[in-house]
Design a protein around this ligand. Structure first.
Ligand code: F6R
Length: 252
């Protein structure tokens, strides 16, 4: 298939509209799975971009009784070298921003361990893949995009076949995290990320990009040759993918 026909369906909308639409899709999936006596398996990101979705899901849990008892989640990534309680750990982010507010328990929520011993990292990554497979695969992957085109921490250079593994973080990723960590020297150099192949096997993928600082990478995601120089381009051609972007991110 040539790159030209690998499209990425696009919805131009505000961050609030995107949050509502995505949260509604997730709620519908959870309820449909419950009716069939099954779990809904979600793949989740951290960062600034998904916060509106988490807020809306928390609201639906509180106001509409959306029940997360039949939900399993797998996070995309975690910094290596951070204890679970570190203020910048993704485990803590997820608990404080989402899990604790919707009754999701540790047994339902998978995040790579940032403090896994170096000798155990490979086995830990293999186990993560196995747990996803045992859960029946990812039903719904929610993604942000890094300014360098990363999805999860699949940095430039990541292959389409990549699986959950240890990675070295790209300089743009570390620079973007520097403020939150109180300085570049405190940002970990390595991380564990779900692989590109793992993400692409999700049955549905929704990508969010908001703000002018995402304009250039949104353009490349939509138009650049599909390949490792911008891993977000691998999303093009997925059977059920959609990008929600605002005017600023689309340069309109
Ligand atoms: C985070 C993750 C990253 C972010 C991306 C965008 O778990 O997987 O790929 O989605 O870095 O981050 P924000 O949303 O902060 O711009």
């Amino acid at each position: 298939m040539s790159n030209a026909v690998l499209s990425l369906p696009l919805t131009l909308c505000s961050p609030l509209q995107a949050a509502r639409e995505v949260a509604q899709e997730i709620a519908d999936l959870i309820r449909e799975r419950r009716a069939g006596g099954r779990m809904a398996v979600l793949c989740l990101p951290t960062g600034r971009t998904p916060l509106g979705v988490y807020e809306e899901l928390v609201r639906m849990h509180r106001d509409e009784g959306l029940d997360f008892a039949n939900v399993t989640t797998f996070n995309l990534d975690e910094f290596l070298g951070l204890a679970p309680e570190h203020p910048q750990s993704f485990r803590r982010y997820m608990r404080e921003r989402f899990f604790a507010h919707v009754g999701l328990t540790p047994a339902q929520t998978w995040i790579p361990f940032g403090d896994v011993a170096p000798a155990q990292i490979e086995a830990h990554c293999r186990e993560y893949e196995r747990e996803i497979a045992d859960a029946g695969g990812l039903d719904y992957a929610l993604l942000g995009i890094g300014r360098n085109g990363h999805i999860g921490f699949n940095e430039p250079g990541a292959t389409r076949e990549s699986r959950t593994r240890e990675v070295r973080l790209h300089e743009v990723t570390r620079a973007d995290a520097a403020k939150a960590f109180g300085g570049l020297e405190f940002v970990p150099e390595r991380a564990i990320t779900m692989g590109v192949a793992t993400i692409l096997e999700a049955r549905r993928i929704r990508v969010l990009a908001f703000g002018a600082d995402k304009r250039e990478i949104v353009r490349r995601t939509l138009e650049a040759p599909v390949g490792p120089q911008a891993p977000s381009t691998y999303l093009r051609g997925h059977a059920d993918v959609r990008l929600f972007a605002d005017e600023a991110a689309l340069g309109r």
